[in-house]
Design a protein. Structure first.
Length: 298
């Protein structure tokens, strides 16, 4: 299939009619009909049936659309990359952060940086630690900020600050808690767990194993901020990063560090052959400062 055929098939499939597809593609209806007819003849497939005045995809069309949708996703990524390349001279930063940094710190750092550099624009996304290299490699971001991100021979790291794991809990569940929490306090407790905690989650799990502590995981999820929301709603205590903890407390919820402390690095990573732009380097300085202020203010 040529790309024009793919484009027409995608438009007809998603809009459900020749006329709507023509409007979406800004071409005439006869042009769409001709391309679609030629495509079905060439492939020797019946892709659509006319039912009550509407084109209904066949099972063959459904199977084909799975592949076509993937092609369109890659084309959109390519178009986005081209647009970003055009913006390099004006200062455009494509940033990826782990979800918990996207709650408060990344928005604060971006707002502060743009006050100083209003000509710089941003494209921001959140991702998990195991998605970092793919995002960098596919150019959907230029720099990524994560907790102890995975090592890769093509990735360079830069330390921004350190973080600490915290126990987030309802105040009523630990009424006499001190300034820190011993790990032994968790033994036998109901906990909100992470199914994909990554390196930071492994820090906590490793310490549990070392001390022979057993917790009861009553709810599993994939992100620190969902774990925090579950704790606020009374589902159980959660172990989260300190940045999520500070952004999640309310009048009935509190957090404490562990004794001994469980720490991790906050690092920026980029591909070795694609170093950060001057604007990105300057932004990382601001981001690091916001991280430190958040920790010292907590």
């Amino acid at each position: 299939m040529r790309f024009r055929q793919i484009e027409v098939f995608h438009a007809v499939y998603t809009t459900g009619s020749i006329s709507a597809a023509a409007r979406a593609l800004h071409v005439s209806q006869p042009s769409v009909s001709k391309v679609l007819h030629h495509t079905q003849q060439q492939l020797d497939l019946e892709l659509f049936r006319l039912v009550r005045g509407r084109l209904v995809p066949t099972d063959q069309a459904h199977a084909l659309f799975v592949e076509v949708a993937d092609v369109f996703e890659r084309v959109n990524s390519l178009q986005k990359t081209v647009g970003n390349l055009k913006n390099v001279s004006t200062g455009h930063i494509r940033l990826a952060v782990v979800p918990s940094l996207g709650l408060q710190l990344a928005p604060l750092a971006i707002a502060r940086f743009r006050q100083q550099h209003p000509q710089v624009t941003f494209d921001v996304q959140t991702l998990h630690h195991d998605e970092v290299f793919e995002a960098l490699y596919e150019r959907s971001c230029d720099i990524a900020i994560a907790y102890d991100p995975p090592t890769h021979p093509r990735m360079k790291r830069r330390d921004l600050d350190a973080g600490e794991l915290m126990l987030l809990f309802r105040k009523a569940s630990l009424p006499e808690v001190g300034d820190t929490v011993p790990m032994q306090l968790l033994d036998g407790r109901d906990m909100v767990g992470l199914t994909t905690g990554g390196p930071v989650g492994e820090v906590f799990s490793r310490e549990l194993r070392r001390l022979g502590i057993s917790v009861r995981e009553v709810v599993s999820n994939q992100t620190f901020y969902i774990a925090a929301a579950l704790t606020r709603c009374g589902a159980g205590m959660a172990v989260v990063d300190e940045f999520t903890a500070r952004a999640s407390v309310d009048e009935s919820t509190a957090f404490r560090p562990f004794s001994p402390s469980l720490r991790f690095k906050v690092q920026c990573v980029h591909l070795e052959d694609r170093p950060p732009s001057k604007a990105a380097v300057d932004f990382l300085e601001v981001f690091g400062k916001v991280l430190r202020e958040g920790r010292e203010g907590g």
